[in-house]
Design a protein around this ligand. Structure first.
Ligand SMILES: C[S@@+](CC[C@H](N)C(=O)[O-])C[C@H]1O[C@@H](n2cnc3c(N)ncnc32)[C@H](O)[C@@H]1O
Length: 341
């Protein structure tokens, strides 16, 4: 297929290739900031409207305005992701160490951003990579493809993966659709949708599995700090994003929720429950605490999480709604980098 023909066969558009700039190395960020730490500041959440309803979440149309489109269109945010060397190196290794899965294969990169995963797939020997990107950063990805003379392999397609068409089914889908608590941004649904529409039977998904793991922690400062603020309910409804010392974990117990991207349906991602303990062995202050987190996708491309805790053998229970889109960033230093464990 000729280089510019994808335009004719997709609902999306192939990003216009602006005049070639001096060559830019797509994988530059792999080396920069290689202190082994993720970027200090996680992506700030874009804001969108103020609708609080969960009702229409499962039917939310893919053509709805996604607040993350503008966010990801900015090169600075793509740069932040590239400078997260833990993230990028994990993907680079996963692809380069599984060359057999890529050599001669057709690959779809869902949400290519700067194109970094598409470049890794091409380096691993992919015959063709469809690099789909919803935001305007698709144009920068096209520039990088051209400047690196990869346009015979990598086809940048601007559009939402749910809305574009591809000329063929693919052998492998790669993506970095992971948000806070795995699911924030609701991009996993796009990843799964891409599998349903474009993956050949027996094809591979990278990543294949995602898991939410919960453990109870204790922290004296945080609740005190939150309690001092105005609007208590709002602050206690915020998820806290940050590092916590391993010593703050007060139980060996873990709640786990595994998502198999090779099998999961989009419906399973819209509403699901994560247990907060395994019933048989969770003890807290001599009492057993049980509970769960109920995730319900919302129109803010995030989730309302209802946390319920029960003190077994008593009437005591509590419920709290957490708005996953309203994160509070805290403890952004990795304990190991601060010389503490
Ligand atoms: C977390 S970023 C990852 C970018 C790049 N793959 C990387 O690893 O650096 C996710 C990207 O997916 C894009 N995206 C989100 N939803 C999409 C969709 N439905 N279709 C196509 N692209 C999407 C975003 O605009 C963003 O650039």
């Amino acid at each position: 297929m000729g280089e510019d023909k994808v335009k004719d066969i997709t609902a999306g558009e192939v990003a216009e290739a602006p005049a070639a700039e001096p060559s830019t190395t797509a994988g530059k960020g792999v080396d920069s900031g290689s202190d082994g730490q993720p970027s200090a500041a996680p992506p700030a959440p874009p804001t969108q409207g103020d609708s609080d309803s969960v009702k229409d979440a499962s039917t939310s149309s893919s053509s709805e305005k996604n607040p993350f489109d503008q966010y990801y269109a900015q090169l600075t945010h793509q740069q932040n992701m590239l400078q997260d060397s833990v993230r990028v190196t994990a993907y680079q290794r996963a692809i380069s160490e599984n060359r057999a899965d890529f050599k001669g294969k057709v690959v779809l990169d869902v949400g290519t951003g700067s194109g970094i995963l598409a470049f890794f797939a091409a380096q691993a020997g992919a015959r063709r990579v469809y690099a789909v990107e919803a935001s305007d950063v698709a144009e920068a990805a096209q520039q990088l493809v051209d400047a690196n003379h990869m346009s015979s392999i990598i086809k940048v397609i601007k559009g939402k993966v749910e809305e574009i068409e591809l000329p063929e089914k693919v052998d492998v889908i790669v993506s970095e659709p992971i948000g806070f608590l795995l699911v924030h941004e609701r991009m996993l649904e796009c990843y799964v949708n891409a599998r349903e529409r474009f993956l050949k039977p027996g094809g591979k998904m990278l990543p294949t599995l995602g898991e939410i793991v919960t453990a109870p922690i204790t922290d004296e400062t945080l609740p005190r700090e939150q309690a001092l603020k105005k609007g208590l309910a709002e602050h206690f409804g915020q998820p806290v994003v940050g590092y916590f010392y391993p010593t703050s974990i007060i139980s060996h117990d873990r709640g786990r929720h595994l998502v198999d991207f090779a099998k999961a349906s989009t419906e399973e991602l819209v509403s699901f429950t994560v247990p907060l303990r395994r019933p048989e062995d969770s003890f807290f202050l001599g009492k057993v605490v049980t509970g769960e987190l109920v995730f319900e996708a919302n129109e803010k491309h995030s989730y309302f999480i209802t946390m319920t805790l029960r003190l077994e053998g008593t009437e005591i229970s509590s419920k709290q709604r957490i708005n996953l889109q309203d994160q509070m960033y805290h403890y952004l230093t990795n304990p190991s980098s601060a010389g503490q464990t």
